[in-house]
Design a binder for this molecule. Structure first.
Ligand SMILES: *[C@@H]1O[C@H](CO)[C@@H](O)[C@H](O)[C@H]1NC(C)=O
Ligand SMILES: *[C@@H]1O[C@H](CO)[C@@H](O)[C@H](O)[C@H]1NC(C)=O
Ligand SMILES: *[C@@H]1O[C@H](CO)[C@@H](O)[C@H](O)[C@H]1NC(C)=O
Ligand SMILES: *[C@@H]1O[C@H](CO)[C@@H](O)[C@H](O)[C@H]1NC(C)=O
Ligand SMILES: *[C@@H]1O[C@H](CO)[C@@H](O)[C@H](O)[C@H]1NC(C)=O
Length: 500
């Protein structure tokens, strides 16, 4: 009986559905990095191994497939990959060129370009890692070292499993260490130009100019269940509809921010710029009480209902903030407070083109001027808002998130000087091994972000590295644009004080 079932499933497995499942629920909340807010929920137990099978009888793939049939069928994962991979539609597989921020992959890996990456370097990176990821023959294995905040590590691993389903058979064998905490840990001064010192390659969600950590897309692209932020594809659709609700002319002509101010002093500093009886810095700032939101079912924190102001402030928390892409997607002009940290895509954005730069050491005046400028250059402000949103929608959509992961991992694997091996105590991760034990929102988000059939397009075409002069010019141009804005601002306040 069971064997019959398996045989049937094998047949249907060779005919996977073509389109990615479209989920229909949109409940999106706004969010902020809040490392200490919630306890890790510990609801996932990664001891269930189960095969994944795709049924197309009803043309409605299921998630996860069958949690009651464990272990015995894990070998079936193969069928999905091999059969589907050969079915790439040749008409749709012409390559497009990757967005410019992909060029930073070369920069992030530059420290190991000459030396390559040895096993010793990778082992050294385990010092702070939450897990070791191994990819062998298109399968993913994990060895966990410690729990991450909330379920970051799990959703990151979930994303990697989806990547393998999106580009089956295309990922090289590799081993890497992932640190799922906020701030970068590999300081360049400790390694660059230091004889006999080898930098450990540590993957994480953000880095800064003084660090060598390798940036990777954060977990929220597959959902942030703890604060009810849906997988990125769904969030993006919801925000698009939200944008439609309040047209630019009808949007409030002030700078809006809502978030948790307690994660870092710079946010407390921002709150001083709120409108008061004595001062109007052209802002409307609000504190997000996540405890209250959580108790009330997040009904007041819907992201798509927050696209009601012409200007939206982005400010880092303890590190980069996940809120960035949701803020930038609003079609409002983003007022981007000078950051210390970068994530994987922000390096493709340019001040005055995609956002308006705000000083971090004089936030209130800077915000006041930004709003003043926008309200007197409405057309341009609107254009900056739309360009920023278009960048997020078109260059940071899930296709490119997977492409970024694909190219980063491919380039990284090229540098490995050893043969990746699966540690004896590692476990294979599959949609079922992760999905079956999951419950509630965690399960819903996995279902919604699950890749149901391979990409019909190839990964975008990777751009070559910047030559050093070119890179210098790109950075200088951005710095110049920021300086330009600061000069306008200084001029504005000088003129104000001169007036009687
Ligand atoms: C796995 O297979 C063994 C023998 O082939 C069987 O006894 C066992 O019940 C199966 N387990 C499940 C969960 O189906
Ligand atoms: C590809 O394009 C050609 C010509 O445009 C067409 O005849 C063919 O049916 C297409 N193939 C697929 C798989 O869509
Ligand atoms: C936006 O609203 C207009 C009508 O007000 C409608 O025709 C259009 O389809 C909407 N677009 C989206 C993306 O919801
Ligand atoms: C900022 O000012 C507005 C308007 O007075 C007020 O509603 C809001 O609560 C203030 N925000 C904070 C964080 O105090
Ligand atoms: C930046 O500004 C400096 C000084 O104004 C100028 O010499 C330089 O050419 C500018 N660089 C770029 C890339 O625009």
């Amino acid at each position: 009986m069971q064997m019959n079932n398996i045989a049937k499933q094998r047949k249907t497995v060779s005919l996977p559905g073509k389109s990615i499942m479209k989920a229909t629920v949109f409940i999106v909340a706004s969010l902020f990095i809040s490392a200490t807010l919630l306890h890790f929920l510990g609801y996932l137990h990664f001891n269930v191994f189960a095969g994944f099978k795709l049924i197309t009888k009803t043309n409605e793939p299921k998630f996860p497939y069958r949690c009651d049939v464990a272990q015995n069928q894990s070998h079936q994962t193969h069928h999905y990959s091999h059969n589907s991979f050969s079915r790439l539609n040749p008409n749709r597989s012409q390559q497009t060129t990757c967005p410019s921020y992909f060029r930073w992959i070369h920069e992030d890996l530059r420290p190991w370009k000459e030396t390559g990456i040895t096993r010793r370097m990778v082992e050294e990176a385990s010092r702070t890692a939450h897990f070791r990821l191994v990819i062998r023959n298109g399968k993913a294995y994990v060895k966990r070292y410690k729990k991450s905040i909330q379920t970051r590590a799990d959703f990151t691993l979930w994303g990697i499993v989806q990547l393998l389903r999106w580009y089956p058979g295309k990922l090289p064998d590799l081993e890497l260490m992932f640190d799922a905490d906020d701030r970068p840990v590999v300081r360049s001064v400790d390694f660059i130009g230091q004889r006999d010192k080898e930098a450990p390659p540590v993957f994480r969600y953000c880095s800064d100019d003084a660090s060598l950590d390798i940036v990777f897309p954060d977990w929220s692209f597959w959902g942030w269940a703890e604060v009810n932020v849906k997988p990125w594809e769904k969030s993006l659709e919801a925000i698009k509809e939200g944008n439609n609700m309040t047209q630019w002319e009808d949007r409030v002509a002030y700078a809006y921010w809502r978030g948790n101010p307690y994660v870092d002093p710079t946010r407390g500093d921002l709150l001083k710029c709120n409108v008061s009886e004595h001062e109007d810095w052209n802002t409307r700032l609000y504190v997000q009480d996540w405890d209250k939101e959580s108790k009330e079912g997040f009904k007041n924190s819907n992201l798509e209902n927050q696209c009601t102001h012409r200007y939206k402030i982005y400010i880092e928390g303890w590190a980069w903030s996940v809120s960035e892409k949701y803020i930038m997607a609003c079609d409002s002009m983003t007022l981007y407070v000078k950051p210390r940290f970068y994530d994987f895509y922000i390096r493709g954005m340019t001040p005055l083109q995609h956002y308006w730069p705000i000083r971090d050491d004089s936030k209130c005046t800077s915000l006041k001027f930004a709003v003043h400028w926008g309200n007197t250059n409405v057309h341009k402000a609107r254009e900056i808002g739309e360009m920023g949103s278009r960048f997020i929608r078109e260059e940071v959509n899930m296709k490119y998130v997977y492409d970024y992961m694909f190219h980063l991992l491919t380039e990284y694997a090229k540098l490995l000087k050893f043969k990746p091996e699966v540690p004896f105590d590692a476990e294979e991760i599959t949609p079922d091994s992760m999905g079956c034990p999951a419950t509630e929102r965690w399960r819903d988000f996995m279902a919604e972000s699950m890749v149901m059939s391979p990409s019909e397009e190839s990964p975008c075409e990777m751009l070559p590295p910047y030559d050093p002069l070119e890179l210098k010019e790109v950075l200088e141009r951005k710095a110049n644009l920021t300086r330009q804005v600061e000069l306008w601002e200084d001029q504005y306040f000088q003129d104000l004080t001169k007036k009687p």
